[in-house]
Design a protein around this ligand. Sequence first.
Ligand code: PLP
Length: 405
Amino acid sequence: MTAAAVNRSSQLIAQTEKYGAHNYAPLQVVLERGEGPFVWDVEGRRYFDMLSAYSAVNQGHSHPRILAALVEQAGRLALTSRAFFNDKLGAMLQKICELTGFARVLPMNTGAEAVETAIKCMRRWGYRKKGIPSGKAEIIVGSENFHGRTTTIVGFSTDPDAYEDYGPATPGFKIVPYGDAEALAGAITPNTCGVLLEPIQGEAGVKMPPDDYLPRVRQVCTDQNVLLCLDEIQTGLGRTGKLFAWEHSGARPDVIILGKALSGGFYPISGIATSAQIMDVFTPGSHGSTYGGNPLASAVAVAALEVLVDEKLAENAAQLGEHALARLRAELTSENICDIRGRGLLLAVEYSTGIAKQACKKLQSLGVLAKDTHKTTIRFAPPLVISREQLDQALDLIIGVLNSF
Ligand SMILES: *Cc1c(COP(=O)(O)O)cnc(C)c1O
């Protein structure tokens, strides 16, 4: 590394820290280029990306087919608002319906907006279809959830970093221990309109519920006339080895929330999908977004979804995930590691002490970018286009570093 290069990196970090809010604590690496499972820093150094922008880049960085769709559409028509129809939106809606098996889609932009949309949808359904008295609707959520950063959403977070001093919290949410179907069943009242859960809790550190959890929750929701809404923003679109994580348990939701990899990392695109009967609670003027469903987003999403299917990325995640989990379980021997878990290419290694951040710094120095969650856990979630050879190279580095802590 030359002195000039070191300067460039530290200058860019200093500029960012000087003019930006300090709401993140990034690793000290400045990235300028990406391709497939790799990113390069401003010194020209290559890294394995083991975060994939929290699973937004399942299709790999700068996927040529999605890039071409983006560039082509950007030169034609980018934004119309929903005051008019556009010639690309219909194809995206149809594609999402075909892949999810739902009849209707409502497109938004960021994940948090799609979660807010699902909350509005379930509440309206509660009042208008279930007959819950006005202002009384309740939604049940899991402890250690992560559903985004809006004031309503952080109001039902159990992580003080996320909610502290952002109150007063929006009422109408009940938090129950994640993974405990009994507790969830016991929290349902006649005023419960919905249950909102992640099939696997990504931000909590790839927390996996017991195998019978989602099927039991599904049954309780059906019996009690409550909507089951699964937030698949991180687990969906191939990440866990199926197109959607709920398919592992067969517990099909009534409402599914999508985001992140819906764009392959090029552009914020999100949405919810559900039945016609449930989606019909939205009437003209009752919900919307200036950018939601714009032609640029639509063209990008169609290409991103075609890539997932055509390149069999869910199948790749299933095969490579099994291989990676087996290698980690066989080769990680450090006494300080207390759990190794995951599904597909959403994997985590947990230490019994708070050394995850140090381990991530060491990994960075060897060309692997990963992020710690909650001080003890490191998540490994490479782009799903990674090959077996590339994954093995990354695992060789990861196993060497993790065993040294
Ligand atoms: C990332 C994420 C969100 C929020 O998405 P944004 O695009 O950051 O608003 C919501 N739910 C889950 C499960 C996520 O992983």
